[in-house]
Design a protein around this ligand. Structure first.
Ligand code: UD1
Ligand code: UDP
Length: 380
């Protein structure tokens, strides 16, 4: 029996982790023991607890309750807590997802204690080191022993950074191994799509349910810079005038806070009072899938939501200048608009009227989680 510690903390990691926990439960429970550590980076009920319940994620054995804070403070508390748990549990490997502060904390704590790091969603790059996530990903990849890339582009990025793509019997931190396995979120979207059809409630009795755009925003570049936040909201106001769409916006807690601090009061009031603009609380994953599946278009700066738009064949306007999921932009399903008022409006209208969308399979076969479990068992 191999023992792995899985680190989760932020909403997208909790959601991602469900795929591997499910694979372990269904296929590897006599070979792999998973101990879940929640750093507490996200803690509101609708940013954390809701997912454990509806996605059948095992309860964490440890919750570090680190909470919010500046990067150094938050990451340091996590490293301290994770280090203690590693010393107590003595795992064979530590698994981290994505690119948050919880990811880099897990990777640093484990690698210094000579515990092999497994990085799921390795190799993604924005080539913007001003993004905290870019620093977290690069640091994590370069202390990992097994790296699982969700896309071809991720694989090529790692090759360019000097990782060998040759197969090996055994992997170590000095001889890491890279696998292109597809995206665990594709596994999850396939698995939970029909569950959402049965159980989601968010669209019930809503007059907007067949004519809306779905919005999410939370990147610091958009929320914390007054000019960008205001440009985006002014564009929403204009789009309300120029289309008959409703706009549905589950608001991330960071964004809620920053809207109150930085948004022009007149713009905010105009939008709040508009009959076709709907601010809602963050929703669970089953409701989120329903919102994605039934939207006319998705407007977002979220990494996960960009891809889910693609899984559910919806066009996507991305409030960023670059993306780690470049394939959906190159294929014409998504478009990069930054926080530019004019581009947000023109590109939203362009994607709404475009009809020649294609959806090649960029994200694997829906069995990335099983593949990862097999590699953990075989290669370390
Ligand atoms: C974090 C990740 C980001 C990821 C996002 C997913 C880092 C550096 N950033 O960004 O990569 O895309 O999660 O959602 O790791 N807050 C609450 N309640 C919560 C959680 C947060 O009120 O449950 C508020 C707090 O005011 C906090 C702020 O949101 O200061 C930001 O939270 P934090 O986890 O630091 O960063 P995110 O913006 O959520
Ligand atoms: N999500 C959700 N409820 C919401 C908003 C997002 O369940 O109200 C899900 C979404 O479907 C995706 C994940 O959260 O799976 C993305 O997380 P987020 O946008 O917070 O972070 P990112 O992916 O940008 O790191």
């Amino acid at each position: 029996m191999k023992k792995i510690i899985t680190i989760i903390g932020a909403r997208p990691q909790i959601i991602k982790s469900s795929a591997i926990s499910r694979a372990i439960r269904n296929h590897y429970s006599n070979q792999l023991e998973e101990i879940i550590v929640h750093t507490g980076q996200h803690y509101d009920e609708n940013m954390s607890k809701v997912f454990f319940e509806e996605m059948e994620i095992p309860q964490p054995k440890y919750n570090l309750q680190v909470g919010s804070g500046n990067h150094g403070e938050q990451t340091a508390k996590m490293i301290e807590g994770i280090e203690k748990i590693i010393l107590t549990e003595n795992p064979d490997a530590l698994l981290v997802y994505g690119d948050t502060n919880s990811t880099v904390a897990g990777a640093l704590a484990a690698s210094k204690l000579h515990v092999p790091v497994v990085h799921v969603e390795a190799g993604l790059r924005s080539f913007q080191k001003r993004m905290p996530e870019e620093i977290n990903r690069i640091m994590c990849d370069h202390v990992s022993t097994l790296l699982f890339t969700p896309t071809e582009i991720g694989l090529k990025n790692l090759e360019k950074e000097g990782f060998s793509l040759l197969p090996a019997e055994h992997s170590t931190i000095d001889h890491p191994q890279v696998f292109h396995c597809g995206d665990v979120m594709y596994d999850n979207s396939l698995y939970f799509s029909s569950v959402s059809d049965e159980k989601a409630t968010v669209l019930q009795n809503q007059d907007w349910k067949s004519n809306y755009a779905l919005i999410t925003i939370h990147r610091d570049h958009n929320t914390d810079q007054k000019e960008n936040l205001n440009a985006i909201f002014k564009a929403f106001s204009q789009l309300l005038d120029e289309t008959d769409l409703h706009f549905v916006f589950p608001v991330h807690p960071r964004t809620k806070k920053k809207m109150a601090e930085l948004l022009n009061q007149v713009t905010l009031e105009q939008i709040q009072q508009h009959a076709r603009f709907h601010f809602i609380e963050p929703v669970g994953f089953l409701d989120m899938i329903a919102l994605e599946k039934n939207a006319k278009i998705v407007l977002t700066d979220s990494g996960g939501v960009q891809k889910e738009s693609y899984f559910f064949q919806k066009p996507c306007v991305i409030f960023r200048e670059e993306t780690e999921w470049l394939e959906i932009v190159e294929n014409g399903n998504a478009t990069l608009v930054g926080a530019h008022f004019d581009r947000i409006i023109s590109e939203t209208k362009r994607l709404l009227s475009k009809t020649d969308y294609t959806h090649p399979n960029f994200y694997g076969d829906g069995k990335a989680a099983e593949f990862i479990c097999t590699c953990i068992l075989d290669k370390m």
